[in-house]
Design a binder for this molecule. Sequence first.
Ligand code: DQA
Length: 141
Amino acid sequence: MHLVIINGPNLNLLGRREPGIYGSSSFESFFEQLREKYPAIRFDYFQSNIEGELVTALQQYGFEADGIILNPAAYTHTSVAIGDAIAAINTPVIEVHISNVHAREDFRKISHVSAKAAGSIIGLGLKGYELAVNYFQDSKK
Ligand code: DQA
């Protein structure tokens, strides 16, 4: 099985960025642990701070990967293009947010992604990415 994790802007700073909200682990160390825990899964990881690069990554992986786990970060709340890209591709996408966006500012309650995604996992920290992996694993059986 081939799963791709795509992270949006500022998520390259995880571990250093507002640790009270996003935790103190870097994504790289979490990703390493995920790879070790699920050796049978082929993982790719892509992070960008640029909206169009996230659209391009969705297009590139979206016709060959078995699943995409996407945290579009702030672009969740603004990007029609990312929502359209999810609708355009064949690979199912799970939307993940580390923090509970519904318990934060009102602008974070809007998602251009949720309606196009297979599902959303919100507010469960980095564990949300692993729960998405488990979903794809179980749905492949
Ligand atoms: C986030 C929530 C977004 O509102 C925010 O802009 C982020 C991260 C999350 O994972 O909790 O950058 O997607």
